[in-house]
Design a protein around this ligand. Structure first.
Ligand SMILES: [Zn+2]
Length: 220
């Protein structure tokens, strides 16, 4: 199966799509954030080093993240499984380094899924998010198909719904714009080496998945 790198703005549904690929096709989901947390939890020497850096409010350097990522990918490859890389690369330099690592593992035939989401849609998904305090069911008061039947109340159990986002429109805009700005050079890089797959993430999770699925077996 095709190995994927996932890049997506906030609220594009990257987590949902990763989960669907894992469940239906047996992909291994590799999140660099999770790898860092696991290493810290294991209290290895490397883990303590990482913990120090994070505790000081600094970013873990690329070399370290790559080292962990490479070890994880090697174990996945030796199990004959395919992978989704999530949360990496975030910079152009990281994209170049990842390219080198994947080439060294003979996996240069990966594809990059960019989940393309309009600002308005992202804003509505995030700022309208509601959750039932009792049963955990999700709603959205800015997206018609996801609104509760009675305002502020859960359709299933009638309990009160709670806002799930701390974002204001201004903070969300900064978050979204920063993502787009930082991602632009990465997207151009992957576009120029024919790795990029542009997915319309404004659609429903099912439709997005159908689109992504067409690329699962494209390579090998
Ligand atoms: Zn409920």
């Amino acid at each position: 199966m095709t190995n994927f790198v996932f890049i997506a703005p906030p609220a594009a549904g990257k987590g949902t799509q990763s989960k669907m690929l894992v469940e239906k096709y047996g992909y291994e989901h590799v999140s660099t954030g999770d790898l860092l947390r696991e290493e810290i939890a294991k209290k290895t020497e490397l883990g303590m080093q990482i913990n120090e850096v994070i505790s000081a409010g600094k970013l873990v350097n690329d070399e370290l993240v790559l080292k962990m990522l490479k070890a994880k990918l090697e174990s996945i490859i030796s199990d004959n499984k395919s992978f989704i890389i999530d949360g990496f690369p975030r910079t152009f330099n990281q994209a170049k380094l990842l390219e080198e690592v994947l080439a060294s593992l003979n996996k240069e035939d990966y594809k990059v899924i960019y989940m393309d989401l309009d600002y308005e849609e992202a804003k509505n998904r995030v700022l309208g998010r509601l959750m039932c305090l009792n049963c955990g069911k999700s709603y959205n008061d800015k997206i018609t198909s996801l609104m509760p039947k009675v305002e502020g109340k859960c359709d299933s159990c009638g309990a009160l719904l709670e806002k799930r986002s701390d974002d204001t429109e201004e903070t969300f805009k900064v978050r979204f714009d920063t993502f787009i700005e930082n991602t632009k050079p990465i997207i151009e890089f992957y576009n120029s080496n024919n790795k990029l797959i542009n997915i319309d993430a404004n659609k429903s999770a099912e439709d997005i998945f159908k689109n992504i699925e067409t690329y699962v077996t494209e390579v090998k």
